[in-house]
Every structure is written in structure tokens, then in C-alpha cells.
Design a protein around this ligand. Structure first.
Ligand SMILES: Cc1cc2nc3c(=O)[nH]c(=O)nc-3n(C[C@H](O)[C@H](O)[C@H](O)COP(=O)(O)OP(=O)(O)OC[C@H]3O[C@@H](n4cnc5c(N)ncnc54)[C@H](O)[C@@H]3O)c2cc1C
Length: 440
């Protein structure tokens, strides 16, 4: 992996905390007439909610320095948890002002240090944000149940958060007690500007730059009844710098500015050349059309993302545990190991429903591979059922569990079972590498 794109988790957390509390610190250092603690808390929570929301823009998973350092699933989980925290702070804060005197503008209190404004023009943006913010969060939490097209949801989510940010900016500057201080006005303007600019960077500038680096489909091969291997090659531009196991967003056959792009793990190895392959399982709108994609179709690629990489891991062996199409990034890692002459032993557990879902069996059979089927045929001699703690203990010795690096990708339930068991058997979490295909 390009080490320059990796920023370590503690550093990121420190940077996050510094940015989120910056407005609070500056506000309180600016000072003002003394007020009861409860009112300071009310203003503090309001400001905290606003700065958390602004930083959410860069926790969208599209900034490699963030998501490649801590992993995409951790980034998205953090994004979700902090959105809920901001929502609670924002909803609670107006009720904490208590019996503060309220009314129109007072000449003796121009910065609203001691009174609450009731000027409807100043309050309207706060009220609108008070209604819109819960809608945006609920719309994200219940995305799957709403059964919207993913792209439509993403567009509306983006527009919703821009609107919330602008409403909160107006509310903070005009109704807030500290926002009217010149330095705070600048702090909020710059932070809001940067947050919104980050969206323009991802959805306008990056696609514009990608136009010069188009890729083309070189082949689409059916691997199993519902899994396809899509291989693309760089058109004229440079190839992709990636580490085996990472993933990329691909946009097949649309304008580079289209929201039709999906994330897929790279199943090829950097050492195999410029072409990049993906194993794609049919699931919804886009993936069900993979079989109809013609060679030569233009593809735009954004990557590489993710932290599922054994680069820098010097453990004596590599354990791979995959469920279904989760084999894709693991194949990338395995291929890179073999192409680069990495002599370490590899053990693979690969779970599927039926035997025809096992892909690239020829390559896997060359390793110590254990196939598990939940719907095995009658003559099946391998493991049956799901990937269980008992199976893990059968395949891996105590020393292997404690000393090897584990790479896991598959359905969320399987990953939870495997991770919990490995940790309970003494595998340190820094040696358990995971990628989740679903953040919800
Ligand atoms: C890091 C990562 C790596 C992945 N690697 C693979 C892989 O190697 N092989 C594979 O088959 N699948 C992979 N997936 C899952 C794959 O992205 C989805 O199956 C695919 O995007 C579904 O698109 P669709 O239009 O067919 O389905 P839809 O019907 O549109 O969506 C079905 C579900 O897929 C997810 N999804 C759809 N579009 C997106 C999107 N643009 N971004 C994020 N999630 C989306 C959503 O959860 C959605 O609810 C990966 C997902 C992630 C997050």
C-alpha cells in the first residue's frame, strides 16, 4: 500500500477531536458576560453538533488518508455513530436554555450574550434544521427498509446534508451567542466552506480528472451461476497503484460525473500487470447487468481504498477466511503472494451454499484450502454447514491462531463469529484484518 496515504488511527482520532472542539475552544476563549452553566452547556452542545456534522463530510469514505488508515468499515461506522451523537446534541440544546430572557434585539446586548433571540428570521433556519437533521439521519438509518435506489438515496443524502449545513451556518451566525463574534463568524464560514468543498472535490473535480484516465472492459467471464469476473485495462492513462486486497469504486458505461458507481474488491494482484479484475456477485440494479457488459465499454475507476492488506505483516503464515464473494480480495492477496514469491504457508477456509459457487478452485486447490458448504451434494466429503468456531479450531492450531495474520471477508454474521472466536482464543486484533461489504 502507498504508505503516504496511511495515517494511523490514534493520529486521526487526535486530529478529529481537535477539529471538532476547535469552535468550542475559540468561543470560550473569546469570552463574554458570565452565564449560568446550563446555558453554556446549551451553546456548547449546539456548536459541537454543528462541527461534528461538518466533519461528517470528510468521513464519507472517499478520502484515502482517512479510510485507508483505519479501514472503510471503521470509517463508515464512525460516520454513523457520530451522526447520531450530533443529532442528540442538536435536539437537546435548545431545551437547555431554560428561563433565559428572550425577545427581539436589545441594544445593550448586541452579541446576544444574555438574551435569547425570538426574531423569527434568525430562528427559522434553526427550526428548519431541527426538523431536517432528524429526517436526514432517519433516512440513512432506514435506507434499506425504504427500498430506494442506492444512487437516488445518495443524491438526496448529499443534498440534505448540504442544506442542513447551510441552515446551521445561518442559525449559528445569527441566533448563536458566539457566532456573531468576528473570529467565530470566520471559523464557521471556513469550516462550512471546507465541508461543502469536499463534496465538490469528490463529485466534480475528481470525476473531471478521471476523464483523462478512462479504463475499458477487456473481459466479462461467468464464474458461477451468479458470479462474474470483470477485467478492465487502462485506456491511455496510468494504471492503478494498489495493494492486494484493496477495493475500488467503478463506474461502468456512465459519464464520469454519474452517481452510478459501486465499490468492489480487486481480485487481481498488482504484480500481475496493469489489468485489474473484480469478482462480482449479482445482487441488485447494477450487478444483475454484469453479464450484458460488452468488452470495450468505458469504465471510470476511483481507488484504491481500504486497509485489507498484508503489506508490512511479517507473521509466519497467512490464514484466509471467506464467505461467498468475500473470496475476491483474498484471491488478490493470495495471487500477489504467489507472484512475488512469498514463501509463507497459506490456509484457506471458504464457505458457500453450494458447490457450483466455489470460484477459481484450481488456484485454491494448490493451497491448503478447506471448503464448507451449507447445502452440500450427497457425495460431499468436505465440511458441511457454516463456518463455526469448531471448524476454525479443526483447521488452525493454537500456535497458528496466536501467531498468524488472519484475513477475513464475507457475510457480516460469519465475520462476527470468526472474529469473536479468534479473539477469544488469543489472536491479537491487530492481526485480524477484515473488509465488510455492507456497513449497515
Ligand atoms: C468495500 C466493499 C467492497 C465490495 N466488494 C465486493 C466484491 O468484491 N464483489 C461483490 O460482488 N460485491 C462487493 N461489494 C458489494 C457491492 O458493492 C454491492 O453488492 C453492489 O454495489 C450492489 O449494487 P447493485 O446496484 O447491484 O445493487 P442495489 O440494488 O443498488 O443495492 C443493493 C445493496 O448494495 C449496496 N450498494 C449498492 N450500491 C452501492 C454503492 N454505490 N456503494 C456502496 N454500497 C452500495 C447497498 O447496501 C444496497 O442496499 C463490496 C462492497 C463494499 C462496501
Amino acid at each position: 500500500m502507498d504508505q503516504s496515504t496511511r495515517v494511523k488511527a490514534p493520529l486521526l482520532l487526535l486530529a478529529y477531536l481537535a477539529v471538532v472542539v476547535l469552535p468550542l475552544i475559540i468561543s470560550w476563549s473569546v469570552g463574554g458576560p458570565p452565564r449560568p452553566f446550563q446555558q453554556e452547556l446549551a451553546s456548547g452542545l449546539g456548536m459541537l453538533a454543528f462541527s461534528i456534522i461538518l466533519v461528517e463530510f470528510v468521513l464519507s469514505g472517499r478520502f484515502k488518508r482517512v479510510s485507508n488508515g483505519i479501514g472503510m468499515d471503521v470509517t463508515m461506522r464512525f460516520h454513523q455513530v457520530m451522526a447520531r451523537a450530533a443529532l442528540i446534541f442538536a435536539l437537546v440544546h435548545p431545551f437547555l436554555y431554560g428561563a433565559t430572557p428572550s425577545g427581539g434585539a436589545r441594544p445593550w446586548d448586541p452579541t446576544r450574550q444574555l438574551t435569547l433571540t425570538t426574531d423569527i428570521l434568525y430562528l427559522s433556519s434553526g427550526i428548519a434544521a431541527f426538523v431536517l437533521l432528524p429526517s436526514v439521519v432517519l433516512f440513512a438509518v432506514f435506507r434499506k427498509q425504504l427500498d430506494w435506489k442506492y444512487e437516488s438515496w445518495r443524491l438526496l443524502h448529499g443534498l440534505g446534508v448540504i442544506l442542513v449545513a447551510l441552515l446551521l451556518l445561518h442559525h449559528t451566525l445569527y441566533a448563536g451567542r458566539y457566532g456573531s463574534q468576528p473570529i467565530m463568524t470566520w471559523v464557521w464560514l471556513v469550516m462550512t466552506g471546507l465541508a461543502i468543498a469536499s463534496l465538490f472535490y469528490v463529485y466534480l473535480l475528481m470525476p473531471f480528472l478521471k476523464k483523462a484516465n478512462a479504463w475499458r472492459v477487456s473481459s466479462v467471464v461467468q464464474l458461477s451461476p451468479r458470479q462474474w469476473e470483470l477485467t478492465i485495462a487502462p485506456d491511455d492513462g496510468a494504471g492503478l497503484a494498489y495493494s492486494a486486497g484493496q477495493f475500488a469504486w467503478i463506474n461502468v458505461g456512465h459519464s464520469p460525473f454519474s452517481l452510478h458507481e459501486n465499490p468492489f474488491s480487486i481480485s487481481s494482484a498488482p504484480a500481475s500487470g496493469d489489468k485489474v479484475s473484480f469478482i462480482i456477485k449479482e445482487l441488485g440494479d447494477f450487478t444483475q447487468t454484469i453479464g450484458q457488459i460488452k468488452p470495450g465499454t468505458v469504465v471510470y475507476l476511483d481507488g484504491a481504498y481500504g486497509s485489507l492488506s498484508i503489506d508490512g505483516h511479517t507473521e509466519p503464515g497467512v490464514a484466509m477466511i471467506a464467505g461467498g464473494v468475500g473470496i475476491a480480495p483474498l484471491l488478490g492477496i493470495l495471487r500477489q503472494m504467489r507472484l512475488s514469491g512469498d514463501p509463507r504457508p497459506v490456509k484457506i477456509i471458504y464457505g458457500n451454499r453450494s458447490v457450483d459457487q466455489i470460484v477459481h478452485r484450481d488456484e485454491l486447490d494448490a493451497e491448503d484450502a478447506h471448503y464448507v458448504l451449507s447445502e452440500p451434494p450427497e457425495n460431499w466429503e468436505g465440511a458441511k454447514g457454516l463456518i463455526t468456531p469448531a471448524l476454525l479450531d479443526d483447521v488452525f492450531s493454537e500456535t497458528e491462531i496466536k501467531e498468524w495474520v488472519f484475513v477475513i471477508c464475507g457475510p457480516a454474521k460469519m465475520m462476527d463469529v470468526v472474529e469473536d472466536h479468534l479473539i477469544s482464543r488469543g489472536a491479537p486484533s491487530r492481526r485480524i484484518l477484515t473488509e465488510r461489504f455492507d456497513y449497515d
